[in-house]
Ligand binder design. Structure first.
Ligand code: ADP
Ligand code: MG
Length: 458
């Protein structure tokens, strides 16, 4: 199970932004198989369990379906070993970790046969036409994709979508697949990345089952192949893809391809390039500012989060590389807001983007200086801040100092923890959350923080 879990995670990694992967997917651990056939997935805490369940649950399930060919329902819960660390920051130094409980007796997993569906076809649930924002940058591609989703008679075959990274190629391609499955549920739709196509081809060839490979791709009604620039220089795979393409094309089946470049610019076999150019070639451009704002508002709306116009505008203006990065920035904002239990304000957004929006005027304040200033303010010694002393006399200023380190410097949580006597990053996270909470109820504290910040930021 460990083995297919890591494959599942690897395939999800290819489908989400690095931020999403690092924040939510990477920390997941496979848990037990339950007697009802579900498999447990262990998350860092309850919040993460909820978040991952609602946002990435079906993505994980479809990744498993693709890896194993079965529908494996998942259930998410906080890992008892990890979950409470945030709540008990000053716990005694870790004693030798308890050995993990022995694995439960193997339960026959109860694979459920999947009807043809989005998960079996490898489609990502949230990449639909409904969640795709249309602007001048993608109008034409969107219209073409929408026409293709109406099905036969085939208008454009293949539909070839190209554009820079993170501009919505994969999203648009999946959207067609979803629409087709919704309107005509018995259509066999298959999504595959070029890389997956290649590894499957190699694996099946090794197992001496080339025919099975051919059959699975040639029996579909609609084939979506993502990022075909990956085929550049891979002769054997190109050859096989050429045959797959011809077989489907000859049978009047729809093919959609995406790539980072125009067909004729790719280092591919001439036969393939001219095949690709036969259909309709559409491109995706970087969305303009209004469209970027609309994308942010839509994502926030989907997450059920209230995003003020000024904040959305600020983010959209600051990030103009591509939509994936825009989305990554928004996710960081959501994550920071929930971790620190603070509302999404301009200040919070600026803080979460600090590393992106480098502000050269800002003086780098050393952590020791913060420790010294806070210690003097509360009439204790800087050593006390780094010590293990747990009484409130020390723990309160310590939390304040940690909070100020986070607010006033670019140091990460682990870095700050390190400089406070080698504490865990969750302790710092906890301190920041506590101080944020306390200062909203305690105006004297808010004042103290204000004066400390001013002293330090002179
Ligand atoms: P590409 O395949 O071109 O690299 P993706 O399709 O993976 O890009 O898009 C990157 C991210 O940006 C996805 O999360 C996608 O949902 C989002 N995205 C891109 N374009 C749009 C759009 N027009 N409306 C909404 N979300 C978009
Ligand atoms: Mg893509």
């Amino acid at each position: 199970m460990e083995e297919y879990w890591s494959k599942t995670v690897a395939s999800v990694k290819a489908q989400v932004s690095p931020e999403v992967y690092n924040l939510w997917i990477k920390p997941l651990r496979p848990g037990n198989s339950l007697s009802d056939g579900r498999m447990e997935v262990l998350c860092h805490n309850d919040f993460a369990a909820d978040y991952v369940r609602s946002h990435y649950g079906s993505l994980l399930e479809s990744a498993i379906a693709v890896e194993r060919g079965i529908h494996q329902p998942l259930t998410f819960r906080a890992d008892p070993d990890a979950g409470n660390r945030i709540e008990e920051p000053e716990a005694d130094p870790p004693v030798a970790k308890q050995a993990p409980p022995p694995p439960p007796p193997a339960v026959e997993s109860l694979p459920v046969a999947v009807p043809p569906s989005a998960s079996a076809s490898g489609l990502m649930e949230r990449y639909t036409f409904e969640s795709f924002v249309v602007g001048a940058c993608n109008q034409f591609a969107h219209a073409a994709a929408s026409r293709v989703s109406d099905g036969p008679p085939l208008a454009y075959n293949p539909l070839y979508i190209h554009g820079g990274t993170g501009l919505g190629k994969t999203h648009l391609m999946h959207a067609v697949g979803h629409k087709v499955l919704k309107d005509r549920p018995h259509t066999k739709v298959r999504y595959v990345s070029s890389e997956k196509f290649m590894t499957l081809f190699i694996d099946y060839t090794r197992m001496g089952r080339v025919n099975d490979f051919k059959n699975q791709f040639r029996s579909v009604d609609m084939l979506l192949v993502d990022d075909i620039h990956f085929f550049a220089g891979k002769k054997g795979t190109q050859e096989e893809f050429f045959h797959t393409f011809n077989a489907l094309y000859g049978d009047g089946k729809q093919i959609i391809l995406t790539s980072d470049s125009l067909p004729l610019d790719m280092l591919l076999d001439d036969r393939l390039r001219s095949r690709f150019a036969q259909g309709l070639v559409v491109d995706l451009q970087l969305p303009d500012l209004e469209t970027r704002v609309a994308i942010l508002k839509k994502k926030a709306y989907v997450e059920g989060i209230d995003l003020q116009d000024d904040v959305a505008f600020f983010l959209a203006d600051a990030i103009h590389t591509n939509v994936r990065e825009l989305e990554g920035a928004l996710i960081r904002v959501f994550a920071l807001s929930s971790m620190e239990r603070a509302p999404i304000t301009m200040a919070l957004v600026k803080e979460s983007l600090r590393n992106i929006l480098k502000n050269p005027e800002r003086r780098a304040i050393p952590i020791e200086e913060i420790q010294r200033t806070v210690a003097t303010f509360y009439k204790i010694s800087p050593m006390d801040l780094r010590s293990n002393k747990r009484s409130r006399e020390f723990s309160h200023p310590r939390q304040i100092a940690m909070y100020l380190c986070k607010k006033l410097t670019n140091h990460s949580y682990p870095d700050i923890g390190e400089q406070f006597g080698g504490r865990d990053h969750t302790t710092v996270l906890y301190a920041v959350g506590r101080i944020n909470e306390k200062q909203s109820e305690d105006s004297a504290l808010a004042k103290q923080l204000q004066s400390l910040s001013e002293m330090l930021s002179h």
